[in-house]
Write a protein that binds this ligand. Structure first.
Ligand code: NAD
Ligand code: TYD
Length: 373
């Protein structure tokens, strides 16, 4: 079958990538969607069981650092679009092992860019109809102060109440963790490929995602699983750090829109004005898990265990996504209450998925991770 487009999605077996792959495979049968993933500890093909035999889907196990292999794939599949999500993504791991983050996030991104450049520049039409879309994070902007007293602003008019205390697209980069430093560096390379070679790039910086298929090292799935098994909930510091939470399918919809309609060389911030102090969101998660398991709401609050803070722990992230709303009409579809209910239900109903991930190496990793806390 002739496909209208041939698109590589890197990191498609991970949390956000699997939602993006699913959306594209189902919505665009006329596109060939190639999921390129190394299948690290965070990659899991079980995340894509429902679409794995779709005629427009192909999985390729590959390391994004393998320049030769990726250049060959570009030629074999006539790739005209790249949506790049593959990365090492967990701040705590980056503190223990920064080299892996520089290798994958910086060198891996550069390798994709260089292979895409060589292939696209070899074609008669060169960059026409091509796109390199790099998925980044709000963490590259650094940290904000806790300026609103209740630590929470949650609608698109928040700036009218709280002023300009949000990350905008022009906020100066100021990364603090090895993770955010590696993502910042990769963002710079992507922009450099536009400015130097004219590659049609676009970059988005999104806030914290939550939803099904997230690896249980991140706050929400880790805590849902621990509450279920009545294990301690390790809250870093005083639990006062603020994160801005977006349901993963809303992020995937934004990626679809920006891949097709975003302006070349632009940056768009993606977020739903949904800030929560960690301790407050943890209480919502405890109440929801308890209720859905038929326990008394709040009976597991005593699992909360304050532990040594994360080194260099960014105090607050908050995205201003008014540009994306004004220029492309994107807004989140899901209210947080609905999103968290759906998410908790999904993890409770998919215990087998969780058990498969949390067996073996996982236990060992967590013993080491928390040994010094
Ligand atoms: P994840 O850790 O769940 O998935 C990462 C995927 O990349 C995995 O499937 C893994 O196997 C793959 N991968 C890792 N190294 C690779 C390599 N060298 N070659 C090929 N594949 C490799 O991550 P996620 O949470 O889905 O994040 C995806 C992207 O979105 C990342 O770039 C991350 O920086 C960005 N992001 C994440 C969030 C969030 O809240 N999770 C927020 C904003 C931006
Ligand atoms: P995380 O899900 O790791 O995302 P990020 O660090 O990219 O924001 O953590 C979200 C917040 O929750 C962050 O402030 C750290 C905190 N946290 C804990 O308090 N305990 C935990 O066990 C984890 C994983 C995170």
């Amino acid at each position: 079958m002739e496909f209208k487009r041939s698109i590589v999605i890197t990191g498609g077996a991970g949390f956000i990538g699997s939602h993006v792959v699913r959306l594209f495979v189902n919505k665009y049968p006329e596109y060939k969607i190639i999921n390129l993933d190394k299948l690290t500890y965070a990659g899991n093909l079980a995340n894509l069981k429902d679409i794995e035999s779709a005629p427009n889907y192909r999985f390729v196990k590959m390391d994004i650092c393998d320049f030769e292999a990726f250049y060959q794939l570009m030629q074999d599949e006539h790739i005209d679009g790249i949506i790049h999500l593959a990365a090492e993504s967990h701040v705590d791991r980056s503190i223990k092992d920064p080299f892996t983050f520089a290798r994958t996030n910086v060198m891996g991104t550069l390798s994709l860019l260089q292979a895409a450049k060589l292939y696209w520049e070899s074609l008669p039409e060169r960059y026409e109809g091509k796109r390199f879309y790099h998925i980044s994070t709000d963490e590259v902007y650094g940290a904000l102060e806790l300026t609103h007293p209740e630590g929470k602003a949650n609608d698109f008019s928040a700036h009218e109440v709280y002023g300009d205390d949000f990350f905008v697209e022009t906020t100066k980069y100021n990364p603090h963790s090895p993770y955010s430093a590696s993502k910042a560096s990769s963002d710079h390379f992507v922009r450099a490929f536009h400015d130097t070679y004219g590659m049609p790039t676009v970059v988005t910086n999104c806030s914290n995602n939550y939803g099904p298929y997230q690896f249980p090292e991140k706050l929400i799935p880790l805590f849902i699983n621990n509450i279920r098994h009545r294990k301690p909930l390790p809250v870093y510091g005083k639990g006062e750090n603020v994160r801005d939470w977006l349901y993963v399918e809303d992020h995937a919809r934004a990626i679809d829109l920006i891949f097709h309609e975003g302006k070349v060389a632009e940056t768009y911030n993606i977020g739903g004005f949904n800030e929560w102090k960690n301790i407050d969101i943890i209480k919502v998660v405890i109440n929801t898990v308890d209720r859905l398991l038929g326990r008394k709401e709040g009976e597991d609050m005593d699992l909360i265990t304050y532990v040594t803070d994360r080194a260099g722990h960014d105090l607050r992230y908050a995205i201003d996504s008014r540009k994306l709303k004004a220029e492309l009409g994107w807004e989140p579809c899901l209210q947080f209450e609905e999103g968290i209910e759906k998410t908790v239900k999904w993890y409770l109903e998919n215990q087998e998925w969780m058990d498969n991930i949390t067996s073996g190496e996982y236990e060992k990793y967590y013993e080491e991770m928390y040994a010094d806390r």
